[in-house]
Write a protein that binds this ligand. Structure first.
Ligand SMILES: Cc1ncc(COP(=O)(O)O)c(C=O)c1O
Length: 431
């Protein structure tokens, strides 16, 4: 074993032991497949506060994984914590309604005025499922157009096999155990090519088009100017529903998400992550008309844990803070400082930083130009080098997501950003 490998395994001794223990009783030692990607093993954490997180070996990290996006206010924001502590006194699961539901809905609709009606669910995947179900119900059609490199949860009506290429005229590949029948209702297009979407509409009866308005699940890739507008026009022309999946971008890119930033609106919007500071909650927002079938009980949306009291209390408080304190200008300023600092220390080493808006960005090794789609990204992302860089960052106390996405929170202050830049420089020098 090299001395480097030795010092790495020493640094993570307890995490390695904890992973071995878990792996005997929990498949892969994790409870979400995404976490399998963590190195040297999926780490075990003991606590998180503000912008920091600590693992079981006592290692401290500046946390840019941010719960995979939710902790926009930092971990355990004191106001959210107080709201949840107060809610704890009242119970959690009522199999019935409570007053915080309307308060959350009114606040969301107040912030995002093109939404008239919502439903609350547990996770982004639930809301993606409901969006597709509503679109199929109102159009009477079965096909869904989605884009390569975007992600809409782990559910069969939207999940395709890893690396699935655009197949506008065939069924996309699926992973073991996934429904081929469900996949036959998915039509794939490469992102940022209107002519492909036109071809699909000319040849299929499409119920809905679903997209991340800024592609955040394969790099961070902007839509070309006019692209979303053109897709929206095609949806309108052909009577299809446009679903904007703002599970990552909602309340993170700004109070009105990517749609507010881009000046576009879809027919259905999906929220999760940043709406509830890490407590399990998601929401779907749309018109009263599109939601009518759900309200009448014809289009099924159910769930024992939907709108749990603690989660909605966390979401109401998160929403209040985001509206009252408007952290977005300073979040963006800090994010841009970090992006520009990384470019300064990293460009000569081949590091590219993809930033579009708000408080998230992607690092990769490849061409500096903005990426256009999944294929372009794949050709311009040296994965082995990225993994070495991410390992070196982690060993030095900086933790982005395991694919190089950084989420900045209000707790990432100037001092932590400066420290991150010093660590990044040292990590790059070690490659
Ligand atoms: C854009 C997008 N949609 C949907 C989902 C699924 O959300 P969840 O993991 O809460 O089910 C994710 C998860 O990362 C996502 O990034």
């Amino acid at each position: 074993m090299s001395s480097n490998a030795e010092s790495t395994s020493q640094r993570y001794t307890r995490s390695i032991a904890a992973h071995e223990r878990r792996s005997r009783v929990i498949a892969g030692g994790v409870n979400s497949n995404v976490r399998l990607m963590s190195r040297p093993v999926p780490l075990t954490f003991t606590r998180a506060h503000g912008a920091m997180i600590w693992d079981i070996d006592g290692n401290e990290y500046i946390d840019y994984a941010a719960g995979m996006g939710p902790t926009i206010l930092g971990h355990n924001h004191p106001r959210v914590l107080a709201a949840v502590q107060q809610a704890l006194q009242s119970g959690q699961c009522f199999a019935g309604q409570h007053e915080l539901e309307a308060e959350f809905a009114e606040r969301l609709i107040g912030a995002v005025p093109w939404i008239e009606n919502i439903r609350i669910g547990l996770a982004g995947s639930d809301m993606d499922l409901l969006a597709v179900r509503i679109a199929k119900a109102v159009t009477g059609r079965s096909k869904v157009l989605r884009f390569t490199g975007h992600y809409h949860g782990w559910i069969d009506p939207l999940l395709v096999g890893p690396g699935a290429a655009p197949t506008p005229f065939g069924t996309p590949p699926v992973g073991p155990g996934q429904s081929v029948a469900a996949a036959s209702e998915i039509v794939m297009c490469e992102w940022n090519d209107v002519s492909l979407v036109e071809q699909v509409f000319a040849t299929h009866q499409i119920a809905c088009v679903i997209m991340e308005p800024i592609m955040c699940n394969t790099g961070v890739i902007a839509a070309q100017p006019g692209y979303i507008e053109a897709v929206k026009a095609l949806c309108k022309q052909h009577g299809a529903v446009l679903v904007i999946d703002e599970v990552i971008t909602g309340f993170r890119v700004g109070l009105q998400g990517a749609q507010g930033h881009l000046g576009i609106t879809g027919d259905i919007t999906l929220y999760a992550k940043a709406i509830a500071s890490g407590y399990p909650m998601a929401a779907i927002g749309t018109s009263r008309e599109l939601m009518a079938g759900v309200g009448r009980g014809e289009v099924n949306h159910s769930g024992t844990y939907n709108s749990g009291y603690l989660s909605v209390a966390a979401a109401v408080e998160t929403m209040k803070i985001l509206v009252e304190e408007n952290p977005y200008p300073s979040l963006q300023k800090n994010t841009v400082r970090l992006v520009e600092g990384l470019r300064k220390v990293g460009n000569s080493k081949g590091l590219a930083v993809d930033y579009v808006a708000g408080s998230l960005f992607q690092v990769r090794f490849g061409a500096q130009e903005p990426m256009q789609n999944r294929e372009h990204f794949a050709k311009n992302s040296d994965q082995p080098k990225l993994l070495k860089f991410l390992d070196a960052l982690q060993d030095r106390g900086v933790r982005p997501t395991s694919r190089g996405l950084f989420f900045v929170s209000v707790a990432h202050d100037d001092r932590l950003i400066d420290r991150t830049l010093e660590i990044a420089e040292s990590a790059l020098a070690s490659l």
